[in-house]
Design a protein. Structure first.
Length: 494
């Protein structure tokens, strides 16, 4: 006869063994990361940084369809000089990017003196409705004077609204700083919605920038001109983009902006190099199949990768990745930005001016469907008759148009970027977790705003989510995706 206590004892021991196994002998997962941009490389970095020492080492495979890492951080070579072709500027409070440059020993790009001092003009298609001055740019002593005069000119046109705009932007930037708080006191988020609500930023995604700024009592002229110029340059869109993306773009027009010498892509290259990643270039993933215990990723070259965890670190909107079983993501359009580099000389006659010197170094534009470009800026001046320019436009710029804008054109390089989401308030977000297992999506956060830093912040959260769901308690599993997930008009199946 068995004593009941013995049974209970055996049972307890059995349970204890099971639990111990659950905690310590979980196999080290292979994590496949699709995309080697700042998002994918940051996931790899934070997986290494936060992996518990006790658990077996994760294997990281990174699949990148291009022959280079960095994604939308890329450089272009124009007549021997290297320029940023995609993401170019970082904000002084982009703390992940700052830490990366320290960790990786990357140098900051020094301010290019050869481009002279920067002057701004706002072009409406017929005249410059506003122009700052650019006298005496090469003389350091005059620099301060010129910026004073320009502050005055801006003040005369836009008044106290400028200060209101600054305080509006600063308030938002300060909320964003919550994402740098100690991980121990910071929750892990399964959706961008929760993540944004926690920092008090969600409301900004539900309304347009225009409505936010009107409520903040900015003058209509400031919104129509300067704010419009900035959203057109940074996101190729109007002031009717959602408020958070709009505010982020305004923050990207302030002082203290910086970039990495040699190209911002070096952040991704360095993070990948330091994170013990098996990098596969020229490897485009075309399908992700959930086979129960693992995901099978097939590439266009016919290779298969098996991994317990799969991370999509690229926008799914214009990708051809097939998911088995299907997944549902929120509908989103991508804004294409055509970036055209020209080495040559602008034609003053196009702007109704008599000398090249009179054309501002940065020509911004107001919202007008007839305007064929969003901005033209001088990247580098070689001499009075020779410079490299960058043009942003929503449509490709034709040779005919370029021939009327430029009097001399020695070299032209065109890039068509699937650049960032076409922002639309209220934004509808896809969760970071695409199924009820281990399939993650970093770029779900891009509806909030698309920048190198926001990608890094989203990636840090995704890395923590992976670790907590894989090694942590299973209680985090939610059932909301499991059965015949309810779909609305705002979602598409992939
Ligand atoms: C013109 C332009 C200007 C910008 N300016 C700024 C700026 O000044 N400051 C700023 O902070 N941000 C700027 N941005 C935004 C910034 O570039 C992005 O937010 C950021 O780089 C996104 O990084 P990511 O890693 O999420 O995506 P990406 O950089 O797009 O990386 C995704 C990677 O995945 C790869 N990939 C895609 N599909 C597959 C597949 N099926 N299989 C394998 N690999 C695949 C791609 O080749 C790519 O390398 C700009 C963007 C553009 C286009
Ligand atoms: C940057 O690095 C420092 C030193 O390693 C660290 O204390 C800080 O938390 C890091 N910042 C972020 C945003 O991770
Ligand atoms: C966001 O909007 C809701 C509803 O209007 C409001 O209750 C809440 O206080 C707002 N949150 C912030 C941070 O402004
Ligand atoms: C990779 O990292 C090592 C040190 O960890 C360094 O010596 C090497 O230069 C790095 N390579 C690149 C391409 O960054
Ligand atoms: C992926 O490749 C494997 C091996 O070639 C194949 O058996 C499988 O059917 C492929 N899956 C898809 C979805 O094409």
């Amino acid at each position: 006869m068995t004593h009941p206590m013995a049974i209970i004892f055996v049972l307890l021991t059995f349970l204890a063994i099971c639990q111990a196994q659950d905690a310590t002998t979980l196999p080290a997962p292979t994590v496949c990361i699709i995309g080697s941009g700042i998002g994918g490389s940051s996931v790899a970095h934070f997986l290494r940084k936060y992996s518990p020492n006790s658990s077996p080492s994760i294997k990281i495979q990174m699949l990148e369809r291009n022959g280079l890492v960095g994604g939308r951080m890329a450089t272009v070579n124009v007549a021997g000089d290297t320029f940023e072709a995609g993401a170019s500027i970082l904000h002084p409070k982009n703390f992940h990017a700052l830490n990366y440059s320290k960790l990786l020993n990357l140098e900051f790009k020094e301010k290019d003196s050869s481009s002279g001092c920067s002057s701004l003009g706002i072009w409406d298609g017929k005249i410059f409705v506003f122009k700052t001055v650019k006298i005496g740019c090469d003389v350091p002593l005059f620099d301060k004077l010129v910026s004073l005069v320009n502050s005055l000119l801006l003040f005369i046109r836009y008044g106290f609204s400028l200060l209101k705009m600054d305080s509006f932007v600063e308030g938002t930037v300060n909320r964003f700083l919550k994402y740098y708080e100690e991980p121990a006191s910071r929750p892990i988020f399964e959706t961008p919605d929760e993540m944004l609500k926690w920092a008090g930023l969600y409301n900004l995604t539900t309304r347009t920038l225009h409505d936010e700024l009107v409520d903040f009592r900015l003058s209509p002229l400031l919104i129509k001109e300067l704010v419009t110029v900035i959203t057109r340059i940074n996101y190729g869109q109007s002031v009717y983009i959602s408020g958070l993306a709009g505010t982020v773009s305004l923050a990207g027009s302030g002082g203290g902006l910086w970039s990495i010498k040699g190209g911002n892509w070096k952040m991704a290259a360095g993070l990948i190099n330091q994170s013990d990643v098996a990098l596969h270039l020229h490897e485009e993933i075309e399908s992700i199949a959930d086979l129960g215990d693992f995901y099978e990723l097939n590439s266009t070259k016919g290779n298969s990768y098996a991994c317990e965890v799969a991370v999509v670190a690229t926008p799914l909107d214009e990708s051809n990745i097939q998911f088995i079983p299907q997944i549902s993501v929120s509908k989103r359009k991508i804004q294409h930005t055509h970036t055209t580099f020209v080495r040559g000389l602008l034609n003053p006659a196009y702007f109704g001016l008599s000398a090249v010197m009179e054309i501002p170094e940065l020509v911004g534009t107001v919202e007008d469907p007839d305007l064929p470009f969003s901005s033209i800026s001088v990247l580098k001046k070689y001499d009075e008759k020779d410079a490299t320019y960058k043009i942003f436009s929503r449509q490709p710029v034709s040779d005919t148009l370029l021939d009327s804008i430029f009097s001399v054109r020695k070299e032209t390089i065109r890039i068509d970027w699937p650049a960032y989401p076409h922002y639309h308030a209220p934004e509808v977000f896809t969760p970071f977790l695409l199924d009820d297992r281990h399939l993650y999506y970093v770029n779900a956060f891009e509806n909030a705003a698309s920048t190198m830093e926001t990608s890094a912040v989203a990636a840090e959260n995704v890395a923590r989510l992976i670790l907590s769901r894989y090694f942590g308690t299973k209680s985090m599993h939610s059932s909301k995706f499991s059965s015949g997930s309810h779909r609305e008009e705002s979602h598409v199946d992939l």
